[in-house]
Design a protein around this ligand. Structure first.
Ligand SMILES: [Zn+2]
Length: 286
């Protein structure tokens, strides 16, 4: 499931090729992806508009376009579990699992959201209800402390709440908590200031490291490895739940139940927390 780093890498690739291209038509093949927005509403907002920038907010891709009359049009995309955005030649057949497509001029290209499991979402305007961007300079430990202060929820569940910090999902929540030495089940309000400082730094470290690994990878649309990766590996298109073994080599705890902690050698434990697989080291994480 793509989290902030995977979306950021895809954003940077799309930002290299989309600006300057104009939307000629909109085709919605899977209406649940755009609901409640209809194909006609998407077309009305986007046809004739030119892509200006591809931005990111949390796990959302945010597309800024500009209409010939001068006003901006915004579209945002959440990739859900298996969504990908790719740019194909317009003459190609629609790829398998194509959900939403935009025909683009003047170079006869096509923007395509591919989504086998259809948990992705496309909307107009900008995404709402998101907390701070963890990699922004403006995001300080004090902001994290404030968001945790009055919550009895587990710290892991808090980190998955997109209104606390935008863009963290299950993998990077597990990884950040291990790096910070904080047990995932701790009530958020019980974290001490020093632990919040460490967690703040750990969140930024694991996300920045993953982005750097992803940006070092070649794009290969033909193999479906279109900018999505998990610590350096693109998962198989159909099986987002089972990352390839080499991806696991880079993780500290995620998907490493029963294996030795890289820091202390204790065996990593797996549990369920807020309905999500949770991994922690019983010795390093207190
Ligand atoms: Zn350990």
């Amino acid at each position: 499931m793509p989290e902030l780093p995977e979306v950021e890498v895809l954003r940077s690739h799309l930002h290299e090729c989309l600006p300057g291209l104009q939307v000629r038509s909109v085709t919605v093949l899977k209406p649940r992806i755009t609901r409640p927005v209809t194909e006609a509403q998407l077309a009305q907002a986007l046809v004739g508009a030119t892509f200006r920038a591809v931005l990111r907010r949390g796990k959302h891709l945010v597309f800024r376009l500009n209409q010939p009359q001068g006003h901006d049009a915004w579209m945002h995309v959440h990739l859900g579990m298996t969504g990908r955005v790719r740019i194909d030649p317009a003459a190609d057949a629609f790829p398998r699992h194509a959900a939403v497509t935009l025909a683009l001029g003047p170079r006869d290209l096509r923007w395509v959201l591919v989504d086998p499991r259809q948990f992705g979402r496309v909307g107009l305007g900008q995404p709402h209800g998101l907390g701070p961007e963890p990699l922004d300079d403006a995001f300080l430990p004090e902001h994290l402390a404030l968001a945790l202060a009055s919550s009895r929820q587990s710290i892991k569940a808090r980190l998955l709440d997109q209104s606390v910090v935008a863009g963290i999902g299950n993998i990077y929540a597990n990884e950040a908590l291990h790096r910070a030495g904080v047990r995932p089940s701790r009530p958020a309000m019980d974290l001490r200031p020093a632990e919040i400082q460490r967690l703040h730094a750990a969140i930024r470290h694991v996300l920045a490291k993953a982005i750097a690994m992803g940006k070092a990878m070649e794009l290969d649309f033909a193999d479906g490895m279109d900018g999505l990766f998990y610590f350096g590996q693109a998962p198989d298109l159909e099986s987002s739940e089972s990352p390839v073994p080499s991806a696991v080599e880079a993780w500290g705890v995620y998907d490493r139940a029963g294996q030795a902690c890289r820091r202390c050698g204790s065996l990593i434990q797996r549990s369920m927390l807020a309905g999500r697989a949770t991994f922690h080291c019983p010795r390093c994480q207190r």
